[in-house]
Design a protein around this ligand. Sequence first.
Ligand SMILES: *Cc1c(COP(=O)(O)O)cnc(C)c1O
Length: 368
Amino acid sequence: MALVDRKLFGPGPGNPYPEATSALGQPLLGHLDPVFLSLMDETCDRLRTVWGTTNARTIPLSATGSAGMEASFVNTVSDGDVVVVAVNGLFGQRMCDVAARCGAEVVPVEHEWGAPVDVDRVLSAHPSPKVVAAVHAETSTGVRSDIAALGAGKGDALLLVDAVTSIAGIELRADDWGIDVGYAGTQKCLGVAPGLAPFTINDRAFARRVEKPQSWYLDLGLLGGYVGEASGSGGRTYHHTAPTAMVASLHAGLGRILEEGLENVWARHAEAGRLLQSGLLEMGLELFAQEGSRLPELTTVKVPDGVDSAAVRKILLERHGIEIGAGAGAYAATVWRIGLMGHNARPDAALLALAALADALAEVGWKP
Ligand SMILES: *Cc1c(COP(=O)(O)O)cnc(C)c1O
């Protein structure tokens, strides 16, 4: 099949950083090779920086972001535990499903899609939950929520946070904000192909974990030995074969981010998102996410009345080689999702997305 080079401007994956792509072509290392083990250790160190944590147990789980969600719940929640979940989009809904399968008594706190999490309502939903869970950057709606405020008011509960679309895109400070358990993915703002789930858990949460979770693969007690450092012993035991090529790619992507400077990377995302969003408004389009809570890395746009959402996406893909996302859930046909994440968080990418969308809208006969 011929190579197809797309601009991935949807909700993920985005185009990886060139450094991350090059690393995939390096000679493969064995998963117990000393060179790989030090690469893994350094990857975990770099992950601590982008998480804003000193947690020893900070590792790339060998699966996509959803496995991070699964690992978070399966290791902290068992039969009858109360879990309060802030639901302001698709991923909050999914958290409820995952927690319920662990036997939790789930207390969902529903919000209108497009709005940020109402911290007071979430914190007063139950007097003594074991876990309070929320999504930092809701990719389904393009909304940012205030995790620091949840952390400040969580009391004895463990704060479990989805940072899949926030990590290395917007400010994230796991320790300062009181995040006890967090998971992410590689293919959004980290600028690496999909395949790993950067995960972190602090001592407080680890001490209160489920001793023998029903998942063997995602059992943190067993994974400690696999990354060595986390177990404190320095010894490595075989648990599963680490996806060494993906870890090398993540290592390189993180190297790129840290070389640029994490705060500079956040600023680059902010600027690209600002350019895109102001350009869309100037074109006469409306944004979906509530003003004041809009993510720069993932923009939700209302499909104008009378415009066929899928027809526009088809023109973008076939004429311009640009992928954008449809809306999530009930908004599949009425919202578009445009991501400028990681390597794509650049002014030229924002301007290209605007020009191509204007062309596609003209093609289908839309006038502001
Ligand atoms: C993409 C995403 C996930 C799921 O990650 P996968 O890599 O698709 O498994 C979870 N939460 C949020 C907020 C996401 O954007």
